[in-house]
Structure formats: C-alpha cells, structure tokens
Design a protein around this ligand. Structure first.
Ligand code: NOJ
Length: 763
C-alpha cells in the first residue's frame, strides 16, 4: 500500500516534470501552440504515426518495428493492437518519461460491439431499432475499455450495405440511411459520453472513429476492398448521411476507407476528405487512414510511397495507420515542395487537440486506473449483454405458435452451433474471451427444471470442407470438423429428435464467415447443415431453427421446411442465456431486419428503397417486358423492417391532422396500434414516405421515422409522427438539399412492405 502511494506520488511528480506544463489558465489553443512551438519536424510527424506492435490482432500483413526506439524518440502518436492495462501503462510511461517532449499517446482498438464483454454484432444491434439501447451498448463498451487502458475506439462503422455478399455487413447497421444515421449518432454519443467532445475527458469515455469514409459498403460484386463506383446522387442521398450524422454528433475522428471513389482512393481523395468532410460538413477532428491504406495506394496505381504519402496529407488525412509513409517520406517531400509545413502543422494540431480533449495532457494515466479493474466483465456488463441480445433477435416465422416453448416439452437441441462458445462473441470481437461466452446448451441448462428435458446432438459440422474451414479458422478454431462421419452425426441427431416433442436446431454461419475479408458468392447455409435441416424436417416434429449469421442468408428452402425461425445473429457473450430466455418467452422478440433477405444471391444488391423504373413489375407476378426475373420474384424473402412477435399487432389506417403542409408548417400523422394477440410485446412502428413526382427519380419508399412501442395484450395506443418540410428534402441533380412541392404518399406499418397509406401535399 505504502509502496503503491510512493509509486503514485513519484508518478505524479514524474508527470508534472515530464509533461509540458499544463497550466489551467492556458486555453487549449495556447497550450497546443506553445507545445508545437517546441516540436521538431520529426516530432510533429511522430504525432501522425499510428503503429501496431504486432503481438495483438492485426488485419494486414505489416506490423511496426523498433516500437520502443520510436516511442522514445517521439516518433509515435498512438498505438493499437495492444491489450491490457499494465502493458498500456508501461508504454504510456515510456512516452511521457523517455521522449523529449513527454507527449502522451493515444491507445486505440476495434471496440465495435462491446469490449471484453461482447455484445451482439452491430448488424444485430441495429435490428433492435432501439436507440437508447444502442447508445448504452457504446457507453458500456467505453466504460469497460477505458477501465482497461484504452481511450480510442475504431467505431462506429456506419457504411451503408446493400450487398450481403460483402462480409462486413455484420459490422454496420444495414441498408438504410435514416436508420443508419440514428444508429451512428447514438453510438458516437454513447462512446463520447454525450454529443460533442465536452465529456471526453471524464476518463470513462472513448474517442470515437467513424469509419470507413467513404462508401466502403458498396464494393463491386460484394468483394472486400474492391472498387466503388457510384453516382454523386447516390452518395449524397443514400451513403453519406450516416457519416454526416456521426460528424454532427461530434465524432472526434474519422477513418478513411480502402476503396477508391471516382477513381481516387479515399485515403488520397481531397474532394472527400477536405471538400466534403471539412468544408461541407464542418468536421473539426482528425482523419486516420485505415490499415496501410496509404501505402496500398501504390497498388491502386497512384505512385510510390513518397507520392502516395504526400497525396494523403494534401488530401486532408492526418494520421497514418501502420504504413509509416508519413514518417519516412514527408521530410523529403517537404524539402521538394510537394507538401507544406502548414499541412503538417494542421495535422499535428488536430491530433494534439484530440489528446487534449481526452484529458491526456492533464493526466496521461487517466485511462490506467487499476482500481477500475473490476469494471471489466462485471455483472452489469453481462446483464446488459443479455438484454441487448434479446432485443436484437428477429422472429422470421412462427407457425402454429410453436414458440414460445413450453417448459414441459422435451427438446432435441441439435446443430453445430448448439453447444459452441467460440462463435458466440461474433466477428471481430478481438478483445473478448470466447471461453467466457455462454453456449445455447448452457443457456438451456441454466434454466431451472429445463436441463433434464433437453437432449443434445451436434448433428452436422458447420461445414464439412476442410479447405473452407482453414480459411475461417485463421484467428482460432471456429469450424471444428468432427472425427465422426456425417452419417454418424446425423444418426445421433435423428435418435435424439425421435425422443423429443420439439426440435430446436441451432444452425448458420461460423462467426468468421462474415466480417472483414469474408466475402461470399453463396449466401446459403453450408451444405452439411442443409442436409441436417432436411432430415430433421422429415421427422414431422415441430422444427425451430435458431439461425446464427453475420449477414442476410438465402434461406428460402429452410423457411419452407421449418416451423419457426428465430434469427439470433452472433449474439455475444451472453448468447446462450439470451436465446433460451427468448425461446421460453421471458422476452417477446421485437427485432426487425435492417437488411433485406434475398431469395437467392442473384437478387443482390437488394434493398427496399428502390426506384420504380419505367417498367415496374407491379408485384411478384411475372410480366414480359417488365423489370423482373424469369426465375424468381422481385421481392425479397424477408423485407427490410420485417420481424414477427409472439403476439400480433393491428394498424388502423393513417390519420392526418391536415392534408397539406407548407415550408413552415407541419402535420401529425397517426395510427392506432393494437396488440391483438396473447402476449405483451413491442412493435417497431415504421413511417415511410414516397415523393410521387420529382426533378429526379425518387425511391418507392423512404424510412422517415420509427418508434418502438410496448403494448400489453389487448391494449391500443395512438402512435403519432410529425411531418414537416425538412423531412421531404433530398439532394437534387445540383446536389442541393431541397424539397419539391407536390403529392407525397405516407405509409405507417410493420415493415417496408406496408401498403397502409394516405397522401398529403407540400404546398
Ligand atoms: C482494418 C479495418 O478495415 C478497420 O475497420 C480496422 O479498424 C483496422 N483494420 C484496425 O484494426
């Protein structure tokens, strides 16, 4: 204890001596200016250098060398891929003790759905449509991560995604700009302790980093890192809004994306990083590249390391993640007049400002408080993980009200994901320990009186293909191929099924079948599991599929075979407890899809807010010379916004307080929502608007509002939305944000497929 206080005192003295005098009277600008006045060119470039030591998880082939030497020379601004309070503290001590100007470092990590306690994957969280819950998920993650030394998260990922072949759809909020913007805002506020940067220095908040700027979610053919080619109209109307919302919420940093935009990679794209981000949107924070995305511009064909580094800096990029092109080449480029000292100073200043906002100059060890260790994996985090998971599940089918299960039923719990912990945390939960996760079988066994009624069998491997499994198992075993043959596994499952009243089959994707560099050309459940599902369906017993997935899957066949389907995504540390609780009806599912589920992969990209075309097919009946397919309907298998409940809801026709609005007036649109079923439950009431005539072609429907409403069985409530001119605006052909007078159709209903509508005028 005494030693500890001596240590604390000496550390305090050390900090006072080590850090440039932090005079409270100085303003932020004065403090940073006087610090920068002392910095050499190399030290300034050091601030722009973000390194990875190579003993954590990496998402590229490069790791940094001579880490200690560089830190001591003041050549490192921040580090990521380092985990654990003690390690971080040591490195921070090195920075503030051994470097000439004692500037503290940023410590970042991909805290994208929880930290050590994994929450559901972001796509799942978005399916809750519950913004306070999503905000709380970011806040809980910030509490846990800042208790473990970190001060910066590479989240939220707000890329709009309409092509489920792209594995990273798992990391975002799906296909819609309105919902995506709400989620982006909630997450930034959650991480940063409020809107803006006012609460960043509490020690409990993380600097957020909005990524991947921009359009990373629209790679050609769904192949990760691929070319993006998109009209400006689509950018501004559909893909930009969530990034903009995050910036408006005060996100402190932005990460540039790997892809090119209009032929110029995002990391060197001045139009994007300066004209749009800073000049049009007023972003004041700093821009960090993605992993080696600066030097990857060599592969893009933009020149050598010096050329691409100069291109990036001049474009408005401030911090170089891992490439070290800034550090190594900008001095020569400066001499050659290819970059200016003003640009280097501006970048350095932005990074120092973020450190100032985080309170690091005041106390470099603000995020290294050992006393907070108990906050990691604490009971409240786990309880929240369960709550968040339950709210994210989407009930896709429930024939004969087979769900919720009854506690006296004998259950055959079958499937390769039924007794699995390693896949529960979900993709890119690098800090979570899968051993802490709860398998579904454990979740059943944790329920009093249920364990004795559950019989388990694996039934099949996630995939029988060892070559495929090896690609998935890069960071640890997610697909384990059983030593028993497929026939033996199936025989065991069928005998277990025969002894049951209801079969619950836990099937789907291993967690690393989605996420980064996990693009797929087939969205089917792997063949091994398809065979299992077919065989189980032939038993004639009620068949409940618990689907685990990081993306929409093509499950047309399985939807016919199953009695019920509960989509639980990859649900995090508390997955098993949450699944059991929802299956037994402790919580009535209320999630709604945030990405359309295609019938087959040929339909992608697929999303609800399509345009009509000149030859619409007017429904799912084939018409020659109409915009449709010969072999499948146009509609998705499950539309955006879709999700059932154990109860049922009815909607009245929308009622309007007036038939028209003007620029400065509004109207109220209402429906009476009634819980017509046998359970209490929540419904996400969705408002869509269609602009009937425009100067450019407009979507068939656009989400403009939603409310999550709880109703007891038999209860009714009037649900109202305010409609004003602002919500009718869009970017026109001149990229002006305008509304246009005329007729609008307004829909209020249970999913994007609703036809429950009335019309009104904008005069
Ligand atoms: C690459 C990923 O694209 C990005 O999302 C992540 O933040 C970085 N690697 C750092 O891990």
């Amino acid at each position: 204890m005494r030693l500890f206080s001596i240590y604390k005192v000496s550390l305090f003295i050390l900090c006072i001596a080590a850090v440039p005098v932090f005079a409270q009277k100085q303003t932020k600008a004065q403090y940073i200016n006087s610090l920068m006045a002392k910095m050499t060119l190399q030290e300034k470039l050091g601030q722009l250098n973000l390194i990875i030591p190579g003993d954590g998880s990496v998402t590229g082939t490069v790791v940094s060398n001579d880490v200690e030497g560089k830190i001591k020379k003041g050549l490192v601004g921040g580090m990521f891929g380092i985990a654990g309070l003690e390690k971080i503290k040591k490195v921070q001590e090195m920075a503030v003790r051994a470097s000439r100007l004692h500037i503290p470092m940023l410590f970042g990590s991909d805290i994208i759905h929880g930290y050590k306690t994994a929450f559901p994957i972001p796509l799942a969280l978005s399916a809750s449509w519950d913004m306070p819950l999503i905000q709380k998920s970011a806040q809980m993650a910030a509490l846990e991560a800042t208790a473990d030394g970190l001060n910066w998260t590479f989240s939220p990922m707000v890329d709009i995604a309409r092509d489920p072949r792209w594995g990273r759809v798992a990391e975002g909020a799906g296909e819609d700009p309105f919902l995506g913007s709400a989620v982006a805002k909630a997450m930034v506020i959650g991480y940063q302790g409020g809107a803006g940067n006012a609460n960043l220095a509490t020690g409990n908040s993380l600097l957020s980093c909005v990524k991947h700027f921009a359009l990373y979610g629209a790679p050609e053919a769904g192949r990760d890192y691929n070319t993006v080619d998109m009209s400006k109209l689509k950018m501004y109307n559909d893909y930009f809004p969530p990034y903009k919302a995050a910036v408006e919420a005060g996100a402190g940093s932005v990460m540039s994306s790997f892809n090119d935009i209009d032929g110029v990679p995002a990391s060197g794209n001045k139009w994007l990083l300066t004209n749009v981000l800073r000049n049009q949107w007023g972003f004041k924070g700093f821009v960090v590249s993605d992993y080696t995305s600066i030097t990857e511009m060599i592969n893009h064909g933009m020149g050598d390391t010096a050329a691409v580094s100069a291109l990036s800096l001049n474009a408005g990029l401030d911090m170089d993640m891992v490439s070290e092109g800034f550090l190594n080449t900008l001095p020569t480029s400066l001499q050659a007049g290819k970059v200016s000292m003003t640009a280097i100073d501006a970048a350095c200043k932005r990074i120092l400002e973020a450190k100032y906002d985080l309170g690091l100059f005041e106390d470099p060890f603000k995020y290294c408080k050992s006393a907070r260790a108990s906050e990691v994996l604490s009971a409240d985090k786990r309880a929240f993980a369960k709550e968040a998971a339950m709210h994210s599940f989407v009930l896709l089918k429930n024939d004969n009200q087979v769900l919720p299960l009854k506690s006296n039923q004998k259950i055959a719990l079958i499937g390769p994901l039924a007794n699995d912990r390693s896949n529960m945390p979900g993709t890119w939960s690098i800090n979570a320990d899968a051993k802490q996760a709860v398998a579904v079988l454990e979740g059943f066994n944790n329920r009093p009186g249920i364990g004795s009624k559950v019989l388990y069998a694996k039934g099949a491997n996630i995939s029988d293909d060892p070559v495929f499994a090896a690609k998935i198992n890069v960071f640890g075993e997610k697909i384990s191929i059983d030593t028993r043959s497929a026939q033996e596994l199936l025989a065991e499952a069928l005998s277990v099924a025969a002894a049951s009243d209801v079969i619950v089959a836990v099937v789907g994707e291993a967690s690393e079948m989605s996420g980064e560099a996990a693009s797929r050309t087939s969205l089917d459940i792997p063949a091994s599991q398809q065979k299992l599902i077919e065989a189980l369906s032939k038993t004639g017993k009620p068949l409940v599929l618990v689907l685990m997935n990081g993306r929409p899957l093509t499950i047309s066949k399985e939807t016919k075979l199953a009695t019920a389907i509960l989509d639980v995504w990859h649900a995090g540390t508390e997955a098993g407890n949450a699944v059991a609780s929802v299956l037994y009806g402790d919580y009535n599912p209320s999630g709604k899809l945030t990405m359309s589920f295609p019938r087959n992969v040929g339909q992608v990209p697929i999303y609800y807010s399509i345009r009509n075309t000149g030859r619409p097919n007017g429904g799912d009946v084939f018409g020659k010379y109409k915009s449709n397919y010969l072999d499948v309907e146009n509609s998705p298998l499950f539309p955006f916004g879709f999700g059932l409940s154990y109860t049922s809801f009815s909607y009245s026709k929308p009622m309007l307080s007036a038939n028209s609005i003007r620029a400065n007036t509004s109207l109220t649109a209402s429906v009476i929502l009634t819980n017509t079923g046998n359970f209490d439950g929540e419904e996400v009431v969705q408002l869509y608007i269609k602009d009937e005539v425009g100067s450019i072609t407009r979507p068939l429907k656009e989400l403009k509002g939603f409310q999550k409403i709880f109703l007891k069985k038999g209860e009714s409530k009037t649900v109202s939305f305010t409609i004003d001119e602002k919500m009718l605006r869009f970017y026109n052909a001149d990229l002006k944000h305008v509304s246009e007078k005329g007729t609008f159709q307004l829909f209020i209903g249970t999913s994007s497929a609703t036809e429950n509508s009335v019309s009104f005028q904008l005069q």
